[in-house]
Design a protein around this ligand. Structure first.
Ligand code: SER
Length: 287
């Protein structure tokens, strides 16, 4: 990221808009982005799960003191149900436990069945996660997430299974953040001069929903990469461990390719060290 010494990489679609959320340099009030992101927090899960990556593209729309909750929710719903044509009954939503306003918009304006709306705490429905109790300081707010339901067969089968559950049935595809607070060092949540919107939808996850495949690695984003790796490995086996290694290698090749093309070369320090580590991890999966 440019001009942000606190970050090695852009890990979220909103990083470049911190000033605008704080009411500084607001020369435009709305933005729509496709942001290249790199996160290393999920590194150990990459390849093992269907949807964790180091590198991914985050699609988002943003409001800097312009539209707010009602519009952001309505437009997200319209995009999913009428543009992408995802059947409504396969979409579930979560809201922050105290956010009655978002709950009421989903229930009364969008008219989603309240059985498919869940209220969750600050770990799941505040962004950054757990910001009220743990920080970081800066712009933050409650959020509402939209989940795709892959069906009971993929779930744990327990009664009451919902997006609150850790099983594989529900995948979060879009996070709508209502960025309305500036967390202070004493932990207080100071209202921002303007209420803002920050949304984030992973391109790879929405591609897997639209393409009707069960993992991001089976989308047309990854298939050409994984099939080349299979050819190089001289194997076509469906073995689970092999597939997880191939997926991890594909993820890391992609991350490293984007980093290098953005000017981050492998090295011994900072960003370059992350790139080197990803190359090493990919190599270790080759054994
Ligand atoms: N900042 C939020 C996220 O990264 C929404 O874009 O999930």
């Amino acid at each position: 990221p440019k001009d942000d010494p606190t970050l090695l990489f852009s890990g979220a679609g909103m990083n470049q808009f911190k000033d605008q959320f704080l009411g500084r340099n607001v020369t435009y009030k709305r933005a729509t982005t496709s942001q290249k992101c790199l996160r290393t927090g999920d590194l150990d899960n990459v390849g093992k799960t269907s949807g964790h990556h180091t590198f991914f593209e985050m699609l988002g729309n943003f409001s800097f003191g312009d539209y707010f909750k009602k519009e952001a929710i309505a437009w997200a719903w319209e995009f999913f149900t009428t543009v992408l044509k995802i059947p409504q009954e396969l979409l579930w939503v979560s809201v922050y436990k105290d956010d009655d306003e978002a709950y009421d918009i989903w229930k009364d304006v969008i008219k989603i069945d309240p059985k498919r709306i869940v209220r969750l705490g600050e770990k799941d429905n505040f962004w950054p996660s757990e910001a009220p109790s743990k920080g970081p300081n800066g712009p933050c707010g409650p959020c509402s997430e939209i989940f795709y339901d892959y069906g009971v067969n993929l779930g744990c089968g327990k009664p009451g299974c919902s997006p609150a559950c850790d099983c594989k049935r529900f995948v979060e595809v879009w996070n709508l953040v209502f960025t309305q607070f500036d967390r202070q060092s004493d932990g207080s949540l100071k209202p921002l001069p303007n209420k803002n919107i920050d949304t984030g939808m992973g391109l790879e996850r929405i591609a897997s929903v639209i393409q009707g495949v069960k993992t991001n690695f089976e989308t047309d984003i990854f298939k050409p990469i994984t099939s080349e790796i299979r050819k190089a490995a001289k194997t076509a086996g469906p073995d689970k461990v092999l597939t997880s290694k191939i997926n991890a290698i594909a993820d890391h090749i992609r991350a490293v390719t984007f980093c290098i093309s953005d000017g981050v070369m492998p090295s011994n320090e900072e960003r370059g060290y992350v790139v080197r580590k990803l190359i090493r991890r990919a190599m270790s999966h080759c054994q």
